[in-house]
Write a protein that binds this ligand. Structure first.
Ligand code: ATP
Length: 919
């Protein structure tokens, strides 16, 4: 099973920066200063040393430095060379048996047999090599797609680049959820916290700020540095790159940390077991057969050949290579469908998924948001305009108003703009948002009123947004005191507000007012609008700024209703899931009414919506039973996701769970298959996932499931086909022996069948298109074996039939001409198997239903096998090697006729079974 071993050994991808450093030894520490003491400098000194400023490096200078310092990448474990992969093909017990057989044949004066066996061994190695190499290429391509991106300021412009292009002196922006792309000296930080566990082992996040530190400060205490390979878990900041690639702290220990565990896919393990079992069976049968032969007083050499033939017949040599290639092709197909597989087992798990827990925003919806209504305690306006263009009006009824003339509305817009990181940009293609769509929609609304953040002072403090807090705060210096601007889920803000702004006066927030506002919020949400509230608070002097002290006693300003239309393709994908027996559960941080309205629009039927608070009030059993009918979970946190996974797992569900934020990492790891969002997902989420959804689109997950099911079906198809062929060979050899006939097939002939003709057709079976009803069946049981009891039975019946037919062909001729009899048996078996392969195209549908020509590769494989067999039968040199004699056209015709019932029986059986199930 050598090819499988390799496939198992293909590396996990993307865990470490996908990196390669051209010449690490020649890369000097940036700026020529010993690496260790950057932290002793001030931000100004670091900038001066590295010749950079607030606008970053100029693009020209960055290019020049890239030449000088090399790429910002780690040295990767070298990929095996072609020769190494080729030579590894010979490390198998079977090959050893064959080489011994060749040696013995040579010693007893059969050099042609010996050479033939060796040639086939080499051919086999070449086949294995080419499959493995192609699989390796697929994985390499995958790695390339998982490159890390970094936001850098060059020539005053923010731009996103491949992190490999970073050079010392670059000014890099850091945001929550991102992996730090190089060693940085922090020059700006707002509540910046970094998880340095991969580097220092310290599990709690470390605060970062741009102060200089005394010499001798340990790595773990260098709070003015952010190191490559660590992740930002809170806040944001900027840093100047001081070291890249192998000269980073992480690079220096990379040799240690790059060793990634090998992992086997469950299917690979199953195949491995199958291979071992068959090996043992082969040995047993061979020993037994030889014993019987010796009792029959046959020649020792002949019995030796029988033993080798049997061993060769039982082991499906072509299987590992075909599995390897099919999985590799599957990964490529999934990539084409926007599912980037990071861990190999995921490609298999995807096909067995029985529950998909999906985010709403951006996955089921388009994530193209626009504020359409704003409600303040004193006014309600509609906002017009489409897309991100800042053109639109504020209407009361039909009448346009100036929003800045209403103090409440003006303060609302002002706050949502200041408590915001998105920026609006006019580019060639039109207006674009840099940042999240939710924040972008608010910036656009403010821009429609003529507001921008251009003259805003620098923020003094930030309490970042995350889906547990459901709010964020940025503190700015105000006219007198500092002012906290807060935005978030409106009910969360209302719970923290004691006053509200009505017109230009601040009034107490009574219970009645709060209830009235909550009712209005519910009205917005029921219409499918995403609702975002805003509040502010001038901070009392001397207040110590913590989340708790700042985000309380707020002045509520109102809320915005944001549209986020459902993705049109999501409704169809949900329908497909229903027919495929896959449960879809929407798990969102959003409001239950909004979530429910979107679910309804998408045809996701759910008995109401549960909130995070509801979840907490339910026992595990209660929750398990509610989950059978309630498919919308809202206002949930990452911890709730973990609990949902636990509960679903009790019912043996195979759970796919999507996620994007830092907090989602544990759930992504825990789910049977964690799916990170490719666009809005953070580096942390991606690194914890098994699969990255390139376009964030729910429909792509479903496409991936379909591909996974097809892939599994195909592996089942050719595994069963190859086994039935092997049983056919076994029956022919043992049957002939028991009947006292001469050796029916010589080892090279069996090798030829197993490796060449079967190999071709099995590969082509791996390309079989999905069955028509692939998404109308229930998900398979993940523990199910590829060889179910029924499958064994079919494989056995067909195999025995093929074997007996071969004996029949041989028995009528061997007394006249043994070579010709063998050639008939040899060619007959191949022809019978070519009929048989058509049986295995589908286990349920007859050929006329799946279309005779719907798998062109198989037609080519069948014709190719026949052509190759004709060469073997007629070309003299091949005749010598494979012990064949020429056949007449009538012989071919007879064999074709004899094999036909194999196919007809299969077709009739399927037609009858199909009719029975339809009824
Ligand atoms: P999903 O979980 O389906 O992706 P979501 O984006 O609504 O949906 P979260 O990102 O967890 O989920 O957001 C939860 C809530 O927090 C939102 O409903 C909204 O009220 C609020 N919110 C979202 N983004 C921000 C933000 N940038 N600032 C403040 N509050 C936000």
């Amino acid at each position: 099973m050598r090819s499988l071993y390799l496939f198992i050994a293909l590396r996990k991808t993307g865990n470490i920066c996908p990196c390669r450093l051209e010449n690490p030894a020649e890369t000097p520490p940036a700026g020529g200063r010993p690496l260790a003491d950057w932290y002793t400098l001030s931000a100004e000194e670091v900038r001066r040393e590295l010749g950079t400023g607030p606008a970053g490096l100029s693009p020209g200078e960055a290019d020049e430095r890239l030449q000088r310092y090399g790429k910002n990448v780690l040295r990767e474990e070298a990929r095996e060379t072609r020769l190494q992969v080729f030579l590894r093909q010979f490390k198998s017990v079977l090959i050893v048996i064959l080489v011994i057989a060749a040696a013995i044949s040579f010693l007893v004066g059969e050099p042609v047999d010996a050479a033939a066996i060796l040639i086939i061994v080499v051919l086999n190695a070449l086949l294995g090599f080419s499959q493995e190499w192609q699989a390796g290429e697929a994985i390499e391509a995958l790695k390339k797609m998982l490159v890390q991106r970094a936001v850098v300021v060059r020539g005053g412009e923010r731009q996103e680049i491949d992190a490999a292009g970073l050079v010392p002196g670059d000014l890099v922006a850091l945001e929550m959820g991102e992996r730090v792309p190089a060693d940085l000296f922090i020059v700006e930080a707002t509540s910046l916290e970094v998880d340095e566990a991969p580097l220092t082992g310290e599990s709690s996040p470390v605060d970062k700020a741009p102060d200089s530190l005394p010499a001798g400060t340990t790595l773990a205490e260098r709070s003015n540095m952010a190191f490559a390979g660590t992740t930002v878990v809170n806040g944001r900041g900027r840093g100047v790159v001081v070291a890249t690639g192998m000269t980073t702290e992480f690079g220096m220990i990379a040799g240690l940390s790059q060793r990634v565990e090998d992992e086997a896919t469950p299917l690979a393990r199953q195949m491995d077991r199958l291979g071992r079992d068959l090996g043992l069976i082969a040995l047993g049968i061979a020993v037994l057969a030889v014993a019987v032969g010796l009792l029959q007083q046959r020649e020792l050499l002949e019995m030796f050949l029988v033993g080798v033939s049997l061993a060769v017949a039982v082991i499906p040599e072509g299987l590992p290579a075909v599995v390897t290639l099919t999985l590799a092709i599957g990964i490529k197909n999934m990539m084409r469908r926007n599912c980037l597989i990071r861990h190999l087992p995921a490609s298999e798990t995807l096909g067995a998924v029985s529950v998909i827990c999906t985010d709403k925003t951006g996955t089921l919806t388009r994530n193209e948001m626009a504020v359409v209504r704003v409600k303040t305690p004193g006014a309600e306006v509609a906002v017009t305009g489409t897309g991100y263009a800042p053109d639109g009006e504020f209407l009361v009824g039909e009448n346009p108003i100036d929003p800045l003339a209403d103090p409440g509305l003006q303060q609302f817009l002002h706050t949502v703009l200041l408590c915001n990181h998105a920026t609006l940009k006019l580019e060639e293609g039109g207006w674009r948002i840099l940042g999240t769509p939710t924040e972008g929609a608010l910036v656009v609304a403010a821009a429609k009123a003529g507001l921008s953040r251009e003259d805003a002072p620098e923020a003094a403090k930030e309490f970042s947004f995350n889906s547990t807090r459901k709010r964020m705060t940025i503190v700015y210096p105000g006219e007198g005191d500092f002012v906290a601007h807060v935005k978030g889920a409106p009910e969360v803000l209302l719970a923290r507000s004691s006053r509200l702004l009505r017109g230009d006066s601040v009034v107490p927030l009574t219970d009645d007012l709060r209830d009235a506002l909550l009712a209005e919020i519910a009205g917005y949400a029921s219409g499918g609008l995403r609702v975002l509230g805003a509040a502010y608070r001038p901070l009392p002097e001397g207040l110590e700024w913590t989340e708790e002290t700042v985000e309380e006693d707020l002045i509520f300003l109102g809320f915005a209703g944001i549209v986020d239309p459902p993705r049109p393709e999501a409704a169809e994908a949900i329908r497909l899931c229903r027919s495929a027996g896959i449960d879809v559960i929407m798990i969102t941080g959003d409001n239950p009414l909004t979530a429910y309205a979107i679910a309804r629009d998408l045809g996701l039927s759910s008995e109401g919506a549960l909130t995070g608070a509801d979840l907490e009030a339910l026992t595990d059993d209660e929750l398990a039973s509610r989950l059978r009918t309630t498919k919308v979970l809202s206002r949930v946190t990452a911890e709730h996701k973990l609990r949902v996974i636990d509960i679903l797992a009790r019912e043996r569900a195979v759970i796919a769970m999507t996620g994007d934020g830092v907090n989602d990492a544990p759930a992504l790891k825990k789910a049977s298959i964690g799916i990170a969002m490719g666009i809005k997902g953070t580096d942390v989420a991606k690194e914890s996932s098994d699969m990255v959804l390139v376009d964030d689109n729910f429909a792509s997950i479903v496409a991936g499931v379909e591909e996974g099911r097809r892939e599994y079906d195909n592996i089942a198809r050719f595994t069963r086909y190859l086994l039935s062929s092997n049983i056919g060979e076994l029956v022919a050899i043992v049957g002939a022996l028991l009947l006292g006939l001469p050796l029916i097939l010589i080892p090279v002939q069996i090798l030829w069948i197993n490796l060449v003709t079967d190999g071709l057709t099995a590969l082509a079976l791996g390309l079989e298109p999905a069955e028509q009803d692939v998404m109308q069946r229930r998900p398979r049981d993940p523990g199910e074996s590829i060889l179910t009891r029924n499958a064994y039975l079919v494989v056995l019946i067909l195999g025995v039939w093929l074997g007996l037919l071969t004996i029949y062909v041989f028995s009528g001729l061997y007394q006249v001409d043994l070579d010709r009899a063998r050639t008939m048996a040899f060619t007959g078996l191949i022809i019978f198997e070519l009929y048989n392969v058509l049986n295995f195209r589908s286990f349920r549908f007859p050929l006329h239903r799946i279309g005779f020509f719907s798998n062109p590769a198989l037609i080519f494989a069948i014709l190719g096998s026949l052509a190759l067999q004709a060469l073997v039968v007629y070309v003299p040199i091949l005749q010598t090697f494979l012990g064949t004699a020429p056949l007449t056209p009538a012989d071919w015709g007879l064999l074709a006729l004899l094999g036909l019932p194999v196919l007809i029986a299969g077709e009739v059986y399927k037609a009858v079974m199909l009719r029975a199930t339809v009824r």
